[in-house]
Design a binder for this molecule. Sequence first.
Ligand code: ADP
Ligand code: MG
Length: 624
Amino acid sequence: MSNIIELLPNHVANQIAAGEVIQRPASVVKELMENAIDAGAKNVQLIVKDSGKSLIQVVDDGKGMSDIDARMCFERHATSKIKVADDLFNLHTKGFRGEALASIAAIAHVELKTCQEGQDLGTCLIIEGSEVKSQEKDSMNPGTNFMVKNLFYNVPARRNFLKSDRVEFRFILEEFYRLVIAHPNIGFTLHHNSKEQYRLPASTLRQRVVNIYGPRYNQRLVPLEEQTDIVCVEGFMCKPEFAKKSRGEQFFFVNDRFIKSSYLHHALSGALEGVVQSGLHPSYFIFLTIDPDKLDVNIHPTKTEIKFEDEKAIYAILRSTIRKSLGQYNIAPSLDFDTNQDYDVSPLLKKSSFKPPKIVVNPDFNPFDIESPSEKVKAQANKDLAFSTRFQHARAEVTQEDQQPEDWKSFYQVEESHEASNEAVSPRLFEELPAKDTYQRVVYQLHNKYILSPLKSGYMMIHQQRSHERILFEKFQSSVEKSNALCQQLLFPQEIQLPQSDLAILKDLQKEIESLGFDLGEIGDEKVEIHGVPYDTPIDNIDAIIEKVLEDYKTHTPSREEQVNQIARSLAKSMCIRTGKSLDQKEMNHLIDELFACEFPQSDPNGRPTHITVSLEEIDKNFT
Ligand code: ADP
Ligand code: MG
């Protein structure tokens, strides 16, 4: 019997292995850039031609390689990053499997120039299809320069499988963004077909994002920050009103490595439920730092999935971080999108002191004439910090020129003289806003649709219907959370005839509907009897309200957790003050007060803006 098993020659084995690591030019970009970062480079240049099909070059100023290492690095399983299996549990580098360069060398023409700091001469090595063609000494700057030409020249099937230049370049950009966002402290450039595409100097993360996506982003970014024993969360998300139709700008990094995680994404979307318009995707750049031994190390270097030991805790921490930050940095959308405004200020914190303003105020207009300012501030601050911060951002500016006495105006001027530290609870909110009964701001209704409110710094335009939807939606949400929905019992139960299929849905949703304040009697085969409705519900409209809940459920069947939210959204929509309704001063003022007492006043429950602010500068610009 003849033997038929043979060992594959090295270059064939490498070529087969290459298929796993290198699928397209973008994979080479990723591997070479990661190596440059691992080598401690401060500056990395990426140069590509024909979307990487003819050239991918990465030049770094990292630690370089010795003559022998320059040859060794192309061997399979040749790595300087781990020595024993235990090192896997304490990984701080991007690569560790020692496969990338062996794979690349098997399927391309590679030229490597590398020199270590302090050496007069470096090495220049040429390798084609795993075969070393030449190795020479040459003078060069410290660092490493890899040129990868004619990718897949010896694997025609792979080469034919490549997509158009446009698509392949998009893949390259995707890898480029992931790395440059993960490492803002390193300078990067990208040239394509001799044209400079990006020049990104070493900077902060905020600056890096702005350098990539444009100055508009400076205003859109909301900082995220949370430090716990399990995980540290940092980074930015874009304000919900700038959510996009495509998913492009969504980045999670774990220990500076880009990862894809539908689980974490779910935590984030959950936190934004009712804030981002459905169908749109929020942008985010979120960094999680976790002890490496709390991660599943069995990860393939080209794969971006990851497993956490404390998955549930991380989910909950991420979710609460996002909600907290949105609450703290809740800023009204402005038409003035292009100004460079830095929101990177710490939110106001509890337990802080402030210097009372040195100013004498007419006591008639002083809301503190009963309690001393500090007591009032302390009491209020203890009540709800998030609320006060929001309140201050959005509402403290609301002024009323006509009825404003001289002394009142001085309250506004006092603002700058406060020496409240970053950690101080500013008393300004309470000073600026008079007690409601002594002061009514004058506002104007436009076309029975918008409420116009003058601000110290311009004006605010409020969409009455959307704002009221937001108010009702949050009231319903809060009554479910606190299980204290107020039910108004009907004198005569109201019968609603419905098709059997609708009644079946109603049965399914009964618990959720009742948690919002309804009292449904028995649900029969033909009808349901309504015994009670949420407090404030217009009684003559109950059947339409129930029908709307059912209709919304049928057009978009939500997951179990989202059911209550969806019903709350439907109810808010059918019960809110509509466009077309004329409102008096008191009603408008009440609406504004209630809107800015909301957790997310900037958008309606479907994520559409409830109000905009226009700055004085913006107005002035139109008169120049
Ligand atoms: P890995 O990154 O998994 O170790 P690679 O095949 O990507 O495997 O690289 C092999 C080795 O070559 C690395 O461990 C490193 O020591 C060396 N190397 C690769 N690129 C560079 C570079 N740009 N600068 C310095 N050393 C490098
Ligand atoms: Mg590597």
